[in-house]
Design a protein around this ligand. Structure first.
Ligand SMILES: Cc1cc2nc3c(=O)[nH]c(=O)nc-3n(C[C@H](O)[C@H](O)[C@H](O)COP(=O)(O)OP(=O)(O)OC[C@H]3O[C@@H](n4cnc5c(N)ncnc54)[C@H](O)[C@@H]3O)c2cc1C
Length: 531
């Protein structure tokens, strides 16, 4: 017996409110499909809030000859920048080079190199890096992002934080994105186009009933159960994609997912400029050091096998020390575990292509439809934050074979909420906001513009003074902003607000976060009682 039953079947039932589930839901709703999405936690509570947060082509994937993926991702960077200039922005990456660095690398390119030039074994020569960057610059049709340049590290701000042995570097472009906000804004747009988004709703079972899927869900807060019917099921469960196939919907599929954990450490700001570093390790891997949230530096990531999706990924002491040691081979001033103020970890749900190492497993996505025994299901494997929109378009091509859609691909030129302004328009928006709301500091106004873009004004409303925004929870988080996030962005708890809709968790104390949680709980209870 279930506590509720949806009335008429929807076209699609999407399992998973990460970037892929929300991206598909948005695209499908915009093409007239009726969509229901269930996410068992908060939106982006799994992998999609724990990425390195780059819209990037993935320079290192060129060594694995993943040219299709790199090209698609490179082209996509600028499409996405234009659609969300508030939550994404261009960044320059400094790749220090030293001829003495040796690498243990098993990539197709390094194997080829050591065959044709045996004396090159264990090296990644400067000309190879330059060639890779040439391809990186030219595969993806750049218009906004500047190309590669060479850089002297002697006496420059880029060289200052590094050890003296690094004298030269290459500098190239990629982009930053606020990953968890990207998911929330996609969900919001999907809802605005008619999708029903249910968070804290776990799919416990689904089975075919003739031409339909019968989907059972459970509200993870109240325990209430419900039954839904849909013409097509979309399994965008990320790390749980295999668990859903085998345990929730019992498909006789042999497709496998490979779970690869990646961890990051966050330290207080290690240097004073706005560029990132791309460091190459002796094990053939690479890590980034990225300016983060104005006062911090983000360093990552690792690649470790992760067995069970139900086991919450955490950055282990070994991973933390690996990242510290890696960075210390480059930075002049060594860091230690005492410098680490926060860590986070996520699990890549990669398509199992049989690669020998976690690092080598493909980062490309694979979409598999099973329609043999009745109503169709689409299983989503792999993917990158960067390719989510293209993944959704490819998914919609497959969905279109089973569900009638009112139009073709449409998301390329359509901004997400608050992103309807030019890519270089942030400074003007901040200035405008400070003009209208003189009580905002520069950093406060910039934070609001980077989160809400042109909607920051709607959030602030008619406020004349800071007090008009209601209770101050600390670090410029006000009652008005929290209400906005609860009303428009599906936030329910303090954790949703301070770690996914914002990163103010880095600045708020435990007491402040707990006070916010208490306030949100009582507001939710009042709203539930009024229903
Ligand atoms: C360390 C790391 C760094 C990365 N860096 C980058 C990067 O810089 N750039 C980039 O482009 N990509 C990056 N990626 C890749 C990218 O983050 C992922 O490919 C992407 O987030 C996967 O999204 P998803 O929607 O498939 O999975 P998820 O975000 O994990 O979403 C799946 C959702 O399904 C839900 N779910 C599962 N089972 C059920 C159920 N039974 N009922 C209801 N809900 C369910 C889960 O709660 C989860 O929220 C990185 C990944 C990692 C791990």
């Amino acid at each position: 017996m279930t506590d509720g039953q949806s009335t008429s079947p929807s076209d699609l039932f999407v399992i998973g409110g990460g970037i892929n589930g929300c991206g598909i839901a948005r695209d499908a709703a915009g093409r007239g499909a009726s969509v229901v999405l269930a996410e068992m936690g908060d939106l982006a509570s799994a992998t999609s809030s724990s990425s390195t947060k780059l819209f990037h082509g993935g320079l290192r994937y060129l060594e694995y000859l993943e040219v299709r993926l790199v090209r698609e991702a490179l082209i996509e960077r600028e499409v996405l920048l234009r659609a969300m200039p508030h939550i994404s922005w261009p960044m320059r990456f400094v790749l220090p080079y030293h001829p003495d660095i040796r690498f243990e690398s098993e990539t197709p390119i390094s194997k080829m190199l050591s065959k044709v030039m045996p004396w090159m074994k264990g090296r990644r020569p400067a000309w190879l890096i330059r060639m890779g960057l040439f391809m990186y610059d030219n595969l993806g049709g750049r218009k906004i992002l500047p190309g590669t340049s060479t850089l002297s590290l002697k006496g420059t701000k880029e060289g200052a934080p590094l050890q003296e042995r690094f004298e030269r570097a290459y500098e190239y472009s990629d982009c930053w994105v606020e990953d968890s906000r990207l998911v929330a804004l996609n969900a919001r747009d999907a809802e605005a186009r008619g999708a029903k988004i249910m968070t804290r709703t776990k799919v416990t079972h689904a089975q075919r009933e003739g031409d339909l899927w019968r989907v059972e869900t459970e509200d993870t807060e109240t325990g209430k159960t419900a039954t839904h019917f849909a013409k097509m099921l979309i399994n965008a469960g990320g790390p749980w994609v295999g668990d859903i196939i085998h345990d929730k919907i019992d498909l006789p599929s042999r497709e496998g997912v490979r779970l690869v954990r990646g961890s990051h450490i966050v330290t207080r700001k290690l240097y004073d400029h706005d560029k990132c570093y791309f460091f190459q390790g002796t094990d053939g891997r690479i890590i980034f050091a990225i300016p983060y949230e104005r006062d911090f530096t983000l360093i990552g990531t690792t690649d470790s096998e992760h067995k069970d999706p139900a086991q919450r990924p955490v950055c282990t002491p070994e991973e933390r020390d690996y990242l510290i040691d890696f960075a210390n081979r480059y930075f002049a001033k060594s860091i230690s575990k005492d410098d680490v103020v926060w860590t986070y970890s996520g699990v890549r749900p990669l398509y199992d292509d049989g690669a020998s190492s976690a690092t080598a497993a493909t980062r490309d996505y694979t979409l598999k439809v099973d329609a043999k025994d009745g109503a169709p299901v689409l299983n989503v494997f792999g993917g990158k934050i960067t390719t989510y929109r293209r993944l959704a378009e490819s998914a919609l091509e497959k969905i279109g074979e089973h569900i009638s859609l009112s139009k073709g691909a449409w998301t390329a030129g359509v901004p997400l909420a608050g992103g309807d302004f030019p890519v270089d328009g942030v400074a003007a928006l901040v200035q405008g906001l400070r003009g209208k709301y003189p009580f905002l500091s520069d950093t406060w106004a910039l934070r609001l513009v980077r989160a809400y873009g042109t909607e920051a004004e709607k959030l602030l409303g008619e406020a004349k003074r800071a007090e008009n925004l209601g209770r101050d929870f600390g670090a410029t988080l006000t009652e008005a902003e929290v209400i906005w996030l609860m009303r428009h962005e599906f936030a329910r708890t303090a954790e949703d607000v301070v770690w996914r809709r914002t990163k103010l968790g880095l600045r708020l104390s435990e007491e402040e976060i707990s006070a916010l949680d208490g306030w949100m709980t009582s507001r939710r209870e009042r709203a539930d009682a009024a229903e």
